[in-house]
Ligand binder design. Structure first.
Ligand code: SF4
Length: 333
């Protein structure tokens, strides 16, 4: 379905998370009005998914929410609305309101479920409260979304793996989709101050891609689909990143790491069968995935490449690479 996104940058957020500067991320500084949404919806020529991202939609006053949602109803029949919001603003009353509109997904900014991390990031709620919000969304029959982050202050890989396990347990097989975003240090944020004082050291691109790759492997094992890894690249974002794992193709690097981890578990020294459609994951970005796999196996990148058959199928496997202690080190340069 065609998608029409509206960015309500930091609208009605209960507080400012230390890493957030939505205007810098999305490149949009003017908040669209309900009239803007209605006009765009009415102009759509086919069923459209209208999305409200970048703020805390359900923290808006109810009348404002209704004004936006009524605008969505001007779109052609079969259109839907997807929104992202804050875990503190998903009361039963709000879910009842949303239930009277064609909502395709409610995405919650989860970031982390680790109380220490949440506190350092000024999220304002506990992991248990966030998990309850996810459960309320799913209990009400909505398709849920969880936006997780990696590389946050005080966060470890193990803590994010535990978050994912808790989310999967809460989902109990109900539809829950994941997004994974690396924490970047953006200009003008409290996190920038921490970084400049030396109180926060973000992971580099290699470490963050490998971390994300491990999360992808775990998500697959837990049956949680991941619809996106990495932020949408924009000119504004590129200009405002002060530090952190920023790469325009971060999602591809994470998928490459996922594949390399998968292959290393499948066979420590090859040969490996890889579908042709996945070739670029190993050979793209200066052979990032291939070099990562080589680092895990101890073989040279050339020898690793010789042991891959790009006409094969990797099939499924059962163990989690990060839990088996398989590591990958690779210098990005
Ligand atoms: S991360 Fe989300 S909840 Fe926090 S300030 Fe940004 S838009 Fe608001």
């Amino acid at each position: 379905m065609k998608r029409l996104p509206f960015f309500l940058s930091m609208q009605s957020c209960p507080r400012r998370c230390i890493y957030c500067h939505q205007g810098e991320i999305t490149g949009t500084f003017r908040i669209p009005s309900p009239d803007d949404v209605e006009a765009a919806a009415a102009a759509a020529d086919c069923p459209t998914e209208i999305c409200f991202f970048g703020g805390s939609f359900t923290c808006l006053p109810p009348d404002r929410q209704k004004a936006y949602l009524n605008g969505v109803l001007k779109a052609p029949g079969g259109s839907t609305v997807r929104l992202s919001t804050h875990p503190e603003c998903v009361s039963p009353a709000i879910l009842r309101l949303l239930g009277s509109y064609p909502v395709s997904m409610i995405e919650l900014g989860i970031s982390s479920l680790d109380d220490h991390v949440l506190s350092l990031c000024n999220r304002g709620y506990s992991g248990t409260e966030a998990l309850s919000a996810v459960e309320r969304v799913l209990d009400a029959g909505f398709h849920g979304g969880a936006q997780m982050m990696i590389g946050l202050p005080g966060q470890s890989e193990q803590s994010s793996f535990e978050d994912l396990r808790r989310l999967a347990a809460a989902a109990k097989g109900r539809p829950l989709t994941l997004r994974i975003y690396p924490c970047l240090v953006l200009r003008g944020t409290p996190l920038e101050e921490l970084y400049r004082k030396g109180d926060f050291v973000p992971p580099d691109v290699d470490a963050a891609a490998l971390w994300s790759g491990r999360l992808l492997v775990l998500a697959r094992e837990l049956g949680i689909p991941v619809q996106r890894v990495g932020l949408q690249e924009s000119e504004t974002l590129g200009r405002s990143v002060v530090a952190g794992p920023h790469h325009p193709a971060f999602g591809e690097l994470a998928r490459a790491a996922e594949l390399a981890l998968t292959l290393a578990v499948r066979s420590s020294l090859g040969p490996w069968q890889v579908p042709g459609r996945s070739r670029s994951l190993l050979t793209g970005h200066r052979q990032y995935g291939l070099r990562l796999l080589a680092g895990m196996t101890g073989l040279s990148p050339e020898e690793t490449g010789r042991r891959i058959d790009f006409a094969g199928d990797i099939g499924v496997y059962g163990n989690t690479p990060n839990e088996r202690g398989i590591d990958g080190t690779l210098s990005w340069e």
